[in-house]
Design a protein around this ligand. Structure first.
Ligand SMILES: [Mg+2]
Length: 414
């Protein structure tokens, strides 16, 4: 089988509401680039990539000449061709490689008539559990609905998501408001859902002292972990010395160099694997093997996903022996998807691992066209900007918190 063509299509899919985070906001929509790798046998493999609210089409166009004529089963060859570590100073193509790997694994699964999880070692579980992934949210401009700003709104939203999807693990994305305000919100969640487990992620914007203070205030709760309370491995080590809650990261251990440093002098107890950040599903499996050896925990990170990327998370989650906590996904915040049959359904907080050949999801061409049109109409959005604070940027450590009493509504379109 040989690769004959590659197509990249940017799409915009609306979210239920704008999602606020430490660096800004997802402005009511996700921009994703859908990748199709065609072969001489007529099979099409699917990949997907994010990109901070922008299209990644140009990056895939640039890689096309590298791929034409290649055998999609030669994944290690492709890794060195596209993302050779010694050539990556100029063109870091790790995320590009990830989308190509997804597409190649999808092709191989289709060709061999097996799901990707069977290529990766075989399923250990048929369903992957997910966390609720709660965000502070701006209200919708059309009717003021969907706001999550106060702890009452946050608890209501967690209860709604639990009732609708069955989540028993809840992640709160913080770093938006001052730490004492977010602590009250997190504790209110834990009080409202006493049977469930929790994780908190301020995206690394606290000082070590703030992180130590916050970590000590939550030691009595059912925490899976405290995620990226500070930015940097040395900061995490300082916090870890003084806080009795496992620390996790998806920001400073995202490659094998950093993982080896974390093994030798531990900064994070739990490594959040991301099929895009690590360059594919297979590097995540490799990293999980290292974590298994050194008894570090693993979890699964979400950098935003439509159904194709979600399928990579599901196949990864299916084969990881040491996945002992729920995975993260933004998926339930989306209003729609570009895959046949619409959004994959949750049941009891879990999603079934696809059993069809390859990734087990196929493109709905009408949806792809519809959401490509929406991308063309709305264009990119600056994910690291807050629509209500033009020009604002957080410091690290931050002291430019949003005001929890600010009830203005941003006029975002989606
Ligand atoms: Mg994180």
């Amino acid at each position: 089988m040989r690769i004959t063509d590659l197509r990249a299509t940017p799409v915009t899919v609306p979210l239920e509401a704008p999602l606020r985070h430490a660096n800004g906001c997802h402005w009511g929509r996700f921009v994703r680039t859908i990748v199709e790798v065609e072969t001489d046998e007529g099979l099409i493999g699917l990949g997907e990539m994010g990109g901070g609210g922008e299209s990644a089409t140009a990056a895939f166009e640039a890689i096309k000449p590298y791929l034409i004529g290649r055998d999609p089963s030669r994944l290690e060859e492709l890794r060195f061709l596209i993302a050779n570590p010694t050539a990556s100073l100029y063109n870091n193509r790790t995320q590009i490689m990830a989308a190509i790997e997804f597409a190649c694994l999808d092709l191989l699964g289709q060709r061999w008539g097996v799901p990707v999880s069977e290529i990766l070692g075989g399923r250990l579980r048929d369903r992957v559990p997910f966390a609720s992934y709660l965000f502070f949210r701006y209200p919708l401009p059309e009717n003021g609905a969907c706001e999550v700003r106060t702890k009452e709104q946050l608890v209501d939203e967690a209860l709604r998501l639990k009732a609708q999807y069955g989540f028993t693990t809840h992640k709160l994305k913080g770093g938006v408001f001052a730490p004492d305000y977010e602590l009250a919100c997190y504790r209110a969640l834990a009080e409202a859902l006493p049977e469930d487990t929790f994780r908190f992620d301020p995206n690394g914007v606290w000082s070590a002292e703030q992180a130590i203070w916050f970590g000590r205030q939550i030691e009595d709760l059912r925490n899976d972990y405290l995620e990226d309370p500070v930015f940097g491995m040395h900061g995490l080590r300082r916090v870890r010395e003084k806080v009795r809650v496992p620390l996790a990261t998806n920001t400073v251990v995202v490659n094998f160099e950093q993982l080896s440093a974390n093994v030798l002098n531990t900064a994070a107890d739990v490594i959040l694997l991301d099929t895009t950040f690590w360059g594919g599903i297979r590097p995540c499996l490799k990293a999980a093997g290292i974590c298994e050896t050194f008894q570090l925990g693993v979890a699964v990170h979400s950098s935003g996903e439509l159904g194709i990327q979600l399928a990579t998370i599901l196949h990864l989650g299916a084969v990881l022996p040491n996945l002992t906590v729920a995975a993260d996904a933004h998926y339930h915040h989306l209003l729609d998807d570009v895959i046949e049959g619409g959004k994959l359904p949750y049941e009891h907080g879990t999603i079934a691992v696809p059993t069809g050949p390859g990734l087990g999801v196929r493109l709905d061409r009408d949806k792809l066209a519809e959401y490509h049109e929406l991308f063309l109409r709305l264009g990119p959005y600056p994910y690291d900007q807050d629509p209500l604070r033009p020009g604002w940027t957080p410091l690290v450590p931050n002291d430019r918190w949003a005001d929890p009493n600010d009830q203005r509504i941003p006029q975002v379109v989606r």
